[in-house]
Design a binder for this molecule. Structure first.
Ligand code: ATP
Ligand code: MG
Length: 240
């Protein structure tokens, strides 16, 4: 579904992605781990065309989306992205937050978009919050609404960047449950996380990034349990 080849990205002469390769098959969940500054967010932002790569190619469904002639909005309609925090528009209700893109970008009728949004909200237990505003929701509820909003575009691929790290510990669980359910539904996901326990549980594959390169990747038991690379062992020792 997603194939990144030889990605290179520099910020002011600093190499942030260094000939990075990543392949994600359909229905698979890939967790990106690595120290702060290793390039996880930059990689996700490049895939969603929020950053331009300096070299390399990104293929989504066989189409080279890193080609500068590609219509970025059209690509982003097929990708759902959720960030660490500040995801929702504060001046819009939950329902309007979710239906904004389907109505504007996909040109769906309001009634149809709202019916779909309500269905998604019901499924995550937030049906009663359709008319609430973001500041009337807990952090965990806001983050679940942000995920619902990304799902409302029926994406082929979800990119999740540290979606639980701004949450109080007691709110993390409800967001993780939602991601687990998405996986059970067969959603293809790439998620950056500092939570090794979650990576181990939900990911089919873990990629350890160091200085913009994939140093080691494989099943979670292997990368987290029996890493072959010294850099991976060093990283895991430091965070445990
Ligand atoms: P964290 O775990 O802290 O989220 P990360 O792995 O997501 O880290 P990135 O955010 O991808 O790391 O950052 C990689 C490097 O790129 C860092 O050195 C960062 O300072 C730099 N960087 C990221 N975005 C920009 C930008 N817009 N301008 C300049 N430098 C940037
Ligand atoms: Mg990051």
């Amino acid at each position: 579904l997603l194939r990144c080849r030889g990605l290179r990205k520099e910020f002011a002469g600093q190499v942030v992605l260094d000939r990075l390769d990543l392949t994600v098959d359909e229905h698979r969940v890939v967790a990106l781990i690595g120290a702060s500054g290793s390039g996880k967010s930059t990689l996700l932002r490049c895939v969603n065309l929020l950053e331009e790569v300096d070299d390399g190619t990104i293929e989504l469904d066989g189409e080279d989306i890193s080609d500068p002639r590609v219509d970025a909005d059209r690509v982003r309609r097929r990708i759902g992205m959720v960030f660490q925090a500040y995801n929702l528009f504060p001046h819009l209700s939950v329902l309007d937050n979710i239906t904004l893109a389907p109505r504007r970008v996909h040109r769906r009728a309001r009634a149809e978009a709202e019916a779909q949004a309500r269905d998604l909200l019901d499924r995550v237990g937030l049906g009663a919050k359709a008319h609430a505003f973001p500041d009337g929701l807990s952090g965990g509820q806001q983050q679940r609404v942000a995920i619902v909003r990304a799902l409302a575009n029926s994406p082929r691929l979800m990119l999740l960047d540290e979606v639980t790290s701004a949450l109080d510990p007691e709110l993390v669980g409800e967001v993780l449950t939602m991601i687990r359910d998405l996986k059970a539904d067969g959603m293809t996901m790439v998620l950056a996380t500092h939570e090794m326990g979650f990576a181990r549980e939900v990911a089919d594959e873990v990629c350890f990034l160091d200085a913009g390169r994939v140093v080691e990747s494989g099943p979670p038991e292997q990368v987290l349990g029996e890493p072959t690379q010294a850099r991976t062992r060093q990283f895991l020792r430091r965070i445990i």
